[in-house]
Design a protein around this ligand. Sequence first.
Ligand code: BGC
Length: 787
Amino acid sequence: MPGKSKCALSLMTAVMLVMVFAVGPYAFANEKNVRLEDESSIPELLKVMTLEEKALLLAGDWDSQKLKGAAGSTTGDLYEKYGIPATSLPDGPAGVRIDPLPGGTAPDGTPLTRYATQFPNASARASTWNLDLLNKVGRSIGKELRYFGGDLWLAPAMNIHRHPLNGRNFEYYSEDPLLSGKASAAEVKGLQSQRVGATIKHFAANNQENSRRNLPTNVSQRALREIYLRGFEIAVKEAKPWAIMTAYNQINGVSPPQNPELITTIARKEWGFDGIVMTDWGGQGNASYWEPQPGNNAYSSMVKAGTDLSMPSGSPEAIIEGYQKGFLTMEEIDAAVARILKYVLKTPAFEGVQPSTDHNKYAEENEQVAYDTAVEGMVILKNEKVKGKKALPITGGTIGTIGNATNNLVRGGAGSGNVNVDPSKLVHLAQALKEEGAKVIDATEFDYPQVDSILPVGGLGGDPAFKEMKPSKEQLAKDIVDKSDSVIMTIRRGSAEGVDVQAEKGAYYLSDAEQYLIDTASELCRKAKKPFIVVLSTGAPIEMESWKDKTDAILLAWETGTVLGKPIAAVLTGKENPSGKLSTTFPIDIKGKAPNGRPYVPSTTFGENPVTYHEGIYVGYRYYDTFNVPVSYEFGYGKNYSDFSYSKPKLSSKKFNQSIKVSVDVKNTSNVPGKEVVQVYVGAPGKALHKPVKELKAFGKTRELGKNERQTLTFTLDARSLASFDEKRSAWVVEPGKYTVYIGASSKDIKHTLHFTVDKEILVEKVNDVLKPVTDIGEIVPPKKNK
Ligand code: BGC
């Protein structure tokens, strides 16, 4: 450089160095100015990005500056240089979990707030069996996500309810993979119609919270394919979610994000998944698919397996080490980088959508959707007559409300599944009943002694211990029962990520205090011939067999979210007709055995570490029906204020050929307009492969039918829906023989039975022989007569 002194040069170098440190190593435009513009820019970017930059992109970020309260983001450090913006990833299954105080103040000086809508929990939503409604729920959440500045929602959560005590069951839809898969697909489609993304999680077999990280889970290939992966498969194929989140637990000796068989062979190749795969938070896992060798570490092993993003932070150094030691190839790194870039291109962040810190402009319309969902998902478990009239709905008179939960309803579970809602909107039951015009005597207004009742929940932000009122029998009679025409007792159970439900009084079982209130109120109401009604404000089953006979009616309200007590009051008073049916079985008990010696719940190893799924495919009703084990309330069960008759059951053919159609007419035979959920189960021959007595293969819900109105529902069963997974051949196979179609109002209340035959075996799909167990599973098989 002529004319410039050595001293001037070193000064320039110093200034440049200061600039580099001041703005970060990635702040300059790259030499060729290659930037993320569209898919065609990706190959060029892969050429100019350094290994360090690529590794950085594969490591997620805690940063939630763009959307305060989001669980994490993708890196924004490459924005200046390559135009790759940070994208934000908020939880969780009941709505958009963000910080309600984004910072800043309104013109009047009050802090800005932005509250998202909390929807009923996933089990409640699945209990609607209404896919159009769930699509609307997805759309509503998608609108809020985009408005607040989110890019990718960390939900739906769709693990199977393997056991009633799993602490996160409230976040999951069902014990059945078809219902889970369809519910998830409907919500994903709705959400993604708003040009934001969904993440289905936790992939897969994540069914207990005890020892949740790295839990060795041993499960057969058949149970994986038919039960634990099936819902994910449906969601991927039908809705093309932008992302999958892997599970914390190991599956057959390998951590899910480090397992190429799960991620690449099954999700990407067999199912055609083309989105990104991320880990659960800190869930890189500790069990690699590959032998120990130089460069094989959790992060490099993940990338090699096909997992793109390590959340909420990763280790670029470990990925670089994996490459430098020859374990990881540049092609593998580039494939992951390319997938992340393709994802980024679809996001609102890339579009330049400006996040809003203002109030939720969708609050009103979304609360209506949440309300409709709560109503359609509520399940009337019981409704007996008292003095010749059904206990529900309560159409007049004075209502006595007892139990502290009356004014402490559960809006949702805790942990990543929580949503920060506007506290001023929360209306509990006594108030909500009053708003429906009911005259209420609320026992919480009396100064009764308070005793310990519900155990603390623990986990991530779970509930503290909860007390219950303990009026004397005389007080309860004088203050409440004598002055009321019906009595409602509310029972609550909180739930939280990180802990399972305890098999104790005050958790899965009633507390002594609740038992006392039920016994006393029931006795007084029976004597006075007044209906005694129980409302369950809970995200998951509790034991009911020992006390349900003491009630006249039971309403399972689930966790109702932002709209909290309003839909419950509307249902209790008959303003709304609920139409929910159970998405999960309420067993007799989680301990003990049925008279035939079979355990009351099949998953007897629940909670163990390591855990082995001895029950195989016999999860939920598949077990109860096949092994003749009685339950308290069966899968698919629910009453409502209408009555329906089923007629004209029809099959399109007596022989199965590619597909077959099932149809039935449903008629409302009551005066109350209502909707009916119809379920189609199929029983297969079960000769070569043992089979459950019946399995859900299709379902539908009528529109609202008025008096005497009827609707024909038609369902199509294809070969894949009939197929079982044959481990020996690694194939989905339809056995020849006689099939039974059960058209039911529940899994037990079968209205019509039809038959068709399959002449020859159909090999529907040959898949890869992967995810083999490493220990003997010792699966149960059905009693002989079902063989
Ligand atoms: C949960 C995930 C959640 C993530 C981010 C984890 O603890 O298992 O479901 O999305 O945290 O909050």
